[in-house]
Design a protein around this ligand. Sequence first.
Ligand SMILES: NC(=O)c1ccc[n+]([C@@H]2O[C@H](COP(=O)([O-])OP(=O)(O)OC[C@H]3O[C@@H](n4cnc5c(N)ncnc54)[C@H](OP(=O)(O)O)[C@@H]3O)[C@@H](O)[C@H]2O)c1
Length: 314
Amino acid sequence: MEANQFGKNGWTPDRIGNLYGKVFVITGTTSGTGFEASKILLSKGAKVVMLNRNLKKAEDTIRSLKQGLGNDIDVINIQMDLSRQASVKKAAEEVLQTTSQIDALICNAAIAQVPKQMITEDGWESQMGTNYYGNWTLQALLFPIIEKSKGRIVTVGSMGYDMGIKTIKFDDLNWDNGYTPNNAYSQSKLAQIMSIYELQDRLQEVGKTAVKAYACHPGASRTNLISTSGSLMMRIMFYLMMPLTQSAEKGAYPQLMCATEPNLDQSGFYGPTGRSNWVGPVGAHKIEPHAKDKEVAKRLWELSEKETGVKWNI
Ligand SMILES: NC(=O)c1ccc[n+]([C@@H]2O[C@H](COP(=O)([O-])OP(=O)(O)OC[C@H]3O[C@@H](n4cnc5c(N)ncnc54)[C@H](OP(=O)(O)O)[C@@H]3O)[C@@H](O)[C@H]2O)c1
C-alpha cells in the first residue's frame, strides 16, 4: 500500500485553518456526515448555507449547532428537496440571491437502498433521480458562482460504485427490469462519481482550471442513511455490521478534505484507506477503471443534459 500523503493517521480536520470569510454550501445536514461536516466548518469560522428538504429538522439542526458552537455562527438553511428538479432549481435561485461566493459546494445528501422501485415526479428511479440528477442540476446551476469564486465541487459518492453492475444501464435506467435496491443505489453513486471526473475533463478542455471537482466517500459510517430509506432487512444487516463501521464524524473527513485541502490531486478518489475502505486513515485510494470509463461518462453527461434540460455553462 502506498504511504498516505497526510501521514499514518491520514487527513484530519486539524489541517483546516481559519475559514473566516469562506462560504460552503452543503446538502443534507440534518444528520450523519453532513451534520458533522457543517459543525466542523462552522467551528473554523466559515459561513455555511445548508440545503435541506425538511424545514423543521433544519431548524432543529441550526439550534443544536448554535447550542454547541455559540449563537454567532453564520449558518442558514434554504429548503431543497433533491428528489424534485423544481425544488432544486428554486433552491439554486435562492442560493444565488443569498450569496455571491461559494468556496465549495458539498453534495452530501442522498437516499440509499430503497426497497422497491419508486419513480420521482420527474420520471426517474428514486435513487438516480435524487442522488444523481438532483446533484447534476444543483451543480450546473451553481457553477457560475463557483467559477467566479474559484471554488470547488465535492461529490460524496460511495464504495457502492464498485458494486452492482459497475456501469450505467442506459437501456433501462429506471430498472423496470430486475430492480434491486443495491443495483439501483450503486448505479446512482457510480453516476455521481463518473460525472465528477467527466466535469474535470470538460473544465480542463476549455482551460477553466481554477474550479476543482472532487469525488470522495465516507466509508461505512454510523449515520441515518439506511434507517431513512432502507428495508428492515438492510437495517438489521447494517446493525450487525456496526462493529466494523466508524463514527459519522470520521465519515465527514473525506468531504471536508476535498472542500478545504489545498493542492489536492483531482484525479484521486478519497476516503478511508483501512479495511475494505470502510474505516481507517483518510486519504487517496484506488479507484477501479470503470468509474473513469470515458465513453460511458460522455454518454451519461449528454443524456443528463437531455433528461434534465439543464446545460452547464462551461
Ligand atoms: N453512511 C455510510 O456508511 C455511507 C456509505 C457510503 C456512502 N454514503 C454517502 O454519504 C452521504 C451522507 O449520507 P449519511 O450516511 O450521512 O446519511 P444520513 O444520515 O441519512 O444523511 C443524509 C442526509 O441527506 C438528506 N436527504 C435525503 N434525501 C433528501 C432529499 N430528497 N432532499 C434533500 N435532502 C435529502 C437527509 O435529510 P432528511 O433528514 O430530511 O432525511 C439527511 O440530511 C450520502 O451521499 C451517502 O450516499 C454513506
